[in-house]
Design a protein around this ligand. Sequence first.
Ligand code: ADP
Length: 173
Amino acid sequence: MTAIDVIKGDISRIEVDAIVNAANEQLAGGGGVDGAIHRAGGPAIMEECRQIGGCPTGEAVMTTAGNLPAKKVIHTVGPIWRGGNQNEARLLASCYRQSMELAVKQNLYTIAFPNISTGVYGYPKEEAAGVAIKTVREFIKKKKGLEKVMFVCFDEENYRLYKKVIKEWKQTE
Ligand code: ADP
Protein backbone atom coordinates (compact mmCIF):
# COMPACT_ATOMS: atom_id res chain seq x y z
CA MET A 1 0.00 0.00 0.00
CA THR A 2 1.26 3.44 -0.93
CA ALA A 3 0.61 6.20 1.59
CA ILE A 4 -0.63 9.57 0.35
CA ASP A 5 0.19 12.60 2.49
CA VAL A 6 -0.75 16.25 2.17
CA ILE A 7 1.38 18.81 3.95
CA LYS A 8 1.88 22.55 3.86
CA GLY A 9 5.42 23.72 3.37
CA ASP A 10 8.49 24.33 1.24
CA ILE A 11 9.31 21.32 -0.94
CA SER A 12 13.04 22.12 -0.98
CA ARG A 13 13.18 21.14 2.69
CA ILE A 14 11.50 17.75 2.36
CA GLU A 15 13.58 14.66 3.00
CA VAL A 16 12.32 12.09 0.51
CA ASP A 17 13.95 10.03 -2.22
CA ALA A 18 12.74 12.41 -4.93
CA ILE A 19 11.20 15.85 -4.95
CA VAL A 20 9.52 17.02 -8.13
CA ASN A 21 10.23 20.43 -9.61
CA ALA A 22 7.70 22.37 -11.70
CA ALA A 23 10.24 23.35 -14.34
CA ASN A 24 10.03 25.02 -17.75
CA GLU A 25 10.85 23.42 -21.13
CA GLN A 26 14.30 24.99 -21.18
CA LEU A 27 15.09 23.68 -17.67
CA ALA A 28 16.42 27.19 -17.21
CA GLY A 29 15.26 27.82 -13.67
CA GLY A 30 12.89 30.62 -12.78
CA GLY A 31 10.66 31.82 -10.00
CA GLY A 32 8.28 29.95 -7.74
CA VAL A 33 9.11 26.42 -6.73
CA ASP A 34 11.77 26.15 -9.45
CA GLY A 35 13.68 29.10 -7.99
CA ALA A 36 13.37 27.77 -4.46
CA ILE A 37 14.77 24.36 -5.45
CA HIS A 38 17.77 25.77 -7.33
CA ARG A 39 18.51 28.31 -4.60
CA ALA A 40 18.49 25.70 -1.86
CA GLY A 41 20.10 22.93 -3.90
CA GLY A 42 23.03 24.89 -5.31
CA PRO A 43 24.63 24.97 -8.79
CA ALA A 44 25.04 21.21 -9.31
CA ILE A 45 21.36 20.88 -10.24
CA MET A 46 21.55 23.57 -12.93
CA GLU A 47 24.72 22.07 -14.30
CA GLU A 48 22.94 18.78 -14.93
CA CYS A 49 19.89 20.58 -16.31
CA ARG A 50 22.15 22.28 -18.84
CA GLN A 51 23.61 18.96 -19.91
CA ILE A 52 20.15 17.48 -20.37
CA GLY A 53 19.21 20.55 -22.40
CA GLY A 54 15.44 20.66 -22.01
CA CYS A 55 12.23 18.74 -21.38
CA PRO A 56 8.95 18.83 -23.36
CA THR A 57 5.70 19.71 -21.58
CA GLY A 58 4.20 16.65 -19.88
CA GLU A 59 7.51 14.80 -19.58
CA ALA A 60 10.04 14.39 -16.76
CA VAL A 61 13.81 14.16 -16.33
CA MET A 62 15.96 13.52 -13.28
CA THR A 63 19.03 15.21 -11.79
CA THR A 64 21.05 15.19 -8.62
CA ALA A 65 19.54 17.02 -5.66
CA GLY A 66 22.76 18.90 -4.88
CA ASN A 67 22.63 20.17 -1.31
CA LEU A 68 18.96 19.36 -0.77
CA PRO A 69 17.87 16.78 1.81
CA ALA A 70 16.16 14.80 -0.99
CA LYS A 71 18.22 12.28 -2.99
CA LYS A 72 17.08 13.32 -6.46
CA VAL A 73 15.13 16.04 -8.23
CA ILE A 74 12.65 15.06 -10.93
CA HIS A 75 11.99 18.01 -13.22
CA THR A 76 8.66 17.96 -14.99
CA VAL A 77 7.11 20.62 -17.18
CA GLY A 78 3.47 21.40 -16.52
CA PRO A 79 1.19 22.87 -19.16
CA ILE A 80 0.49 26.59 -19.34
CA TRP A 81 -3.27 27.09 -18.81
CA ARG A 82 -4.82 28.30 -22.07
CA GLY A 83 -8.49 27.95 -21.22
CA GLY A 84 -8.73 24.18 -20.85
CA ASN A 85 -9.10 23.03 -24.47
CA GLN A 86 -5.41 22.70 -25.23
CA ASN A 87 -4.83 19.29 -23.68
CA GLU A 88 -3.99 20.85 -20.35
CA ALA A 89 -5.53 18.08 -18.23
CA ARG A 90 -3.89 15.31 -20.22
CA LEU A 91 -0.51 17.04 -20.04
CA LEU A 92 -0.80 17.73 -16.32
CA ALA A 93 -1.72 14.07 -15.64
CA SER A 94 1.25 13.04 -17.75
CA CYS A 95 3.59 15.11 -15.54
CA TYR A 96 2.48 13.24 -12.43
CA ARG A 97 2.52 9.85 -14.16
CA GLN A 98 5.92 10.25 -15.80
CA SER A 99 7.46 11.54 -12.57
CA MET A 100 6.22 8.48 -10.67
CA GLU A 101 7.32 6.15 -13.46
CA LEU A 102 10.80 7.64 -13.39
CA ALA A 103 10.97 7.26 -9.61
CA VAL A 104 9.93 3.61 -9.70
CA LYS A 105 12.39 2.88 -12.50
CA GLN A 106 15.22 4.38 -10.43
CA ASN A 107 14.27 2.51 -7.25
CA LEU A 108 13.14 5.63 -5.46
CA TYR A 109 10.37 4.88 -2.98
CA THR A 110 9.19 8.22 -1.64
CA ILE A 111 8.26 11.18 -3.82
CA ALA A 112 7.02 14.70 -3.08
CA PHE A 113 5.07 16.81 -5.58
CA PRO A 114 4.41 20.56 -5.63
CA ASN A 115 1.12 21.79 -7.11
CA ILE A 116 2.38 21.74 -10.69
CA SER A 117 1.15 24.52 -13.04
CA THR A 118 -0.90 26.32 -10.37
CA GLY A 119 1.50 29.27 -10.03
CA VAL A 120 2.53 31.43 -12.98
CA TYR A 121 1.25 28.79 -15.42
CA GLY A 122 -2.25 29.67 -14.23
CA TYR A 123 -3.94 26.26 -14.00
CA PRO A 124 -7.12 26.58 -11.86
CA LYS A 125 -6.19 25.12 -8.49
CA GLU A 126 -9.25 22.97 -7.84
CA GLU A 127 -9.10 21.33 -11.28
CA ALA A 128 -5.36 20.79 -10.92
CA ALA A 129 -5.81 19.14 -7.51
CA GLY A 130 -8.42 16.81 -8.99
CA VAL A 131 -6.11 15.79 -11.83
CA ALA A 132 -3.14 15.31 -9.49
CA ILE A 133 -4.95 13.15 -6.96
CA LYS A 134 -6.78 11.08 -9.57
CA THR A 135 -3.57 10.40 -11.48
CA VAL A 136 -1.70 9.36 -8.34
CA ARG A 137 -4.55 7.09 -7.21
CA GLU A 138 -4.72 5.37 -10.59
CA PHE A 139 -0.97 4.93 -10.72
CA ILE A 140 -0.56 3.40 -7.27
CA LYS A 141 -3.47 1.05 -7.90
CA LYS A 142 -1.72 -0.40 -10.93
CA LYS A 143 1.97 -0.14 -10.09
CA LYS A 144 3.81 -1.32 -7.03
CA GLY A 145 7.02 0.25 -5.83
CA LEU A 146 6.18 3.59 -4.25
CA GLU A 147 5.96 3.71 -0.45
CA LYS A 148 4.80 7.26 -0.12
CA VAL A 149 3.51 10.09 -2.30
CA MET A 150 3.45 13.53 -0.69
CA PHE A 151 1.64 16.61 -1.96
CA VAL A 152 3.52 19.62 -0.65
CA CYS A 153 1.26 22.66 -0.77
CA PHE A 154 2.85 26.05 -0.43
CA ASP A 155 -0.24 28.22 -0.31
CA GLU A 156 -3.19 27.86 2.03
CA GLU A 157 -5.71 27.60 -0.81
CA ASN A 158 -4.04 24.55 -2.35
CA TYR A 159 -3.59 22.97 1.07
CA ARG A 160 -7.33 23.30 1.81
CA LEU A 161 -8.27 21.99 -1.63
CA TYR A 162 -6.05 18.93 -1.36
CA LYS A 163 -7.35 18.12 2.12
CA LYS A 164 -10.90 18.37 0.80
CA VAL A 165 -10.35 16.24 -2.31
CA ILE A 166 -8.46 13.56 -0.35
CA LYS A 167 -11.19 13.44 2.30
CA GLU A 168 -13.91 13.05 -0.32
CA TRP A 169 -11.98 10.29 -1.99
CA LYS A 170 -11.39 8.42 1.29
CA GLN A 171 -15.09 8.58 2.12
CA THR A 172 -16.06 7.02 -1.19
CA GLU A 173 -13.49 4.23 -1.11
P1 ADP B 1 4.20 26.72 -12.51
O1 ADP B 1 5.00 27.49 -13.52
O2 ADP B 1 4.19 25.24 -12.81
O3 ADP B 1 2.85 27.29 -12.29
P2 ADP B 1 5.11 27.85 -9.96
O4 ADP B 1 6.40 27.60 -9.26
O5 ADP B 1 4.83 29.25 -10.40
O6 ADP B 1 5.07 26.81 -11.18
O7 ADP B 1 3.92 27.36 -9.05
C1 ADP B 1 3.59 26.03 -8.81
C2 ADP B 1 3.16 25.86 -7.38
O8 ADP B 1 4.31 25.81 -6.55
C3 ADP B 1 2.28 27.00 -6.84
O9 ADP B 1 1.12 26.43 -6.24
C4 ADP B 1 3.17 27.68 -5.80
O10 ADP B 1 2.39 28.14 -4.70
C5 ADP B 1 4.05 26.52 -5.36
N1 ADP B 1 5.34 26.87 -4.73
C6 ADP B 1 6.07 28.00 -4.81
N2 ADP B 1 7.20 27.88 -4.06
C7 ADP B 1 7.18 26.64 -3.51
C8 ADP B 1 8.02 25.90 -2.62
N3 ADP B 1 9.17 26.41 -2.15
N4 ADP B 1 7.66 24.64 -2.27
C9 ADP B 1 6.52 24.08 -2.73
N5 ADP B 1 5.68 24.72 -3.56
C10 ADP B 1 6.00 25.98 -3.95
